[in-house]
Ligand binder design. Structure first.
Ligand SMILES: *[C@@H]1O[C@H](CO)[C@@H](O)[C@H](O)[C@H]1NC(C)=O
Ligand SMILES: *[C@@H]1O[C@H](CO)[C@@H](O)[C@H](O)[C@H]1NC(C)=O
Length: 375
């Protein structure tokens, strides 16, 4: 059998680049043929502005599939057309590539006032821009995401995915517009990207394993977070995260691990945060095991999430709060084996004014320590 490559141009399937006609059906028909192609099937979205309603790109396919997105694809503003919590879903695909320099515009501004998830736990979430479910061996490169209604990208039950050269932007005050949220996934890599949103630039939920984040610029936003963990019973552990050569600029937090209190038991371990520049960050280094963003929570018991083997190395810059290093662990499961090495985080540029706090933490420190380490 001969292996061949074929391009499926969405214009040939009836897409209309006028920014108002819904082209979702054309994209889906192009996908159907690309996915069925015995070889490399490429869906091509040429330059131009398209409106497209909710779409589900489902595999398995007969060969590797590619999306070349050169145009701008806009989400509908009418929430009534979304029958799930996702705008664009990729599911059950092995060997997927998305590239092309184009833009996914979630048009979130009109939806953000309807977001109740910042106030209540049992809220209905707004649509996520790109959802990846059960994807293996994939690369997403050089695309832009703006103004998602909820998370920009969510990765669930995926293995071996690379995100490269992404640009993700939403206003600083937009609710839950996380850049990339990862859960129940292994071998995820995020490189050379710029993320500035109203929530975490990148967040890791339960079941995240072997995650690498390198050369990411984060800000504005809440920083890079593990958690919140321990919200539900029987959560999978989080094991293996490296955050390296990243810059945080004007963010609320820098690197953070947060768990709910009280919480069921699980483990969060084996994290390295290294070579990180904090440019005017309020809380550069945070572990918070008493996380509860809602007003009505009370905390009768401690978190049972065991945090261990966490290294903070070569982290420098400027803290906008006095408490540059704030490690608040659990009384029931104190943090184990926390390493602080070469930390330089003066408060507003003044070394003597910068402080650290460690509660229920067992750790070690090495090298320079501004603020003075608790260990
Ligand atoms: C720690 O995480 C790395 C990946 O970041 C992984 O390769 C390694 O096996 C993990 N170590 C342990 C002891 O689980
Ligand atoms: C990360 O930064 C360190 C120290 O600044 C540098 O030696 C290393 O080459 C960088 N690595 C990457 C992948 O950029």
């Amino acid at each position: 059998a001969s292996w061949s490559s074929r391009v499926f141009n969405v214009m040939k399937y009836g897409a209309i680049a006028d920014g108002k006609t819904d082209s979702a059906k054309a994209f889906l028909w192009a996908w159907k043929d690309a996915c069925a192609w015995w070889g490399k099937g490429t869906v091509w979205i040429p330059k131009g502005t398209y409106l497209a309603g909710p779409m589900r790109f489902e595999g398995p396919c007969n060969g590797p599939t590619v999306f070349v997105v050169q145009g701008t694809v806009k989400a509908p503003t009418n929430l009534a057309v979304f029958d799930s919590d996702t705008w664009i879903r990729f599911i059950y695909i092995h060997r997927l590539m998305i590239r092309g320099g184009g833009t996914f515009d979630g048009q979130g501004a009109s939806a953000w006032p309807y977001n109740k998830c910042t106030k209540y736990t049992d809220c209905k979430t707004l649509p996520i821009t790109l959802q990846f479910d059960f994807i293996t061996d994939a690369t997403v490169r050089g695309i832009h995401l703006i103004n998602s209604k909820f998370f920009h990208i969510q990765v669930f039950q995926c293995q071996k995915m690379k995100f490269r050269a992404l640009k993700i932007f939403a206003p600083e005050d937009s609710p839950n517009t996380d850049g990339i949220h990862i859960g129940s996934s292994t071998g995820i890599r995020i490189y050379n990207s710029i993320i500035g949103t109203g929530d975490d630039c990148i967040s890791l939920g339960p079941g995240s394993k072997d995650i690498l984040i390198s050369n990411v610029h984060c800000g504005p936003g809440h920083g890079i977070s593990v958690g919140s963990l321990g919200r539900n019973p029987n959560e999978e552990d989080v094991n293996g995260l490296i955050v390296r050569n990243c810059t945080f600029s004007g963010t609320g937090n820098g690197v953070r691990i947060k768990t709910w209190a009280p919480s069921p038991s699980s483990m969060a371990r084996n994290f390295t945060f290294e070579h990180i520049f904090m440019n005017n960050v309020y809380n550069p280094i945070v572990i918070d095991q008493q996380y509860c963003p809602y007003k009505y929570c009370n905390q009768p018991a401690s978190s049972q999430v065991q945090i261990s083997d966490v290294k903070f190395r070569n982290i420098w810059g400027n803290s906008l709060s006095k408490l540059a290093v704030n490690l608040l662990c659990s009384q029931g499961q104190p943090c184990q084996n926390i390493e602080l090495r070469d930390i330089y985080l003066p408060y507003n540029g003044v070394e003597e004014h910068s402080a650290s706090s460690c509660i229920y933490v067992n750790g070690f420190s090495y090298g320079k320590q501004i603020p003075p380490s608790c260990f």
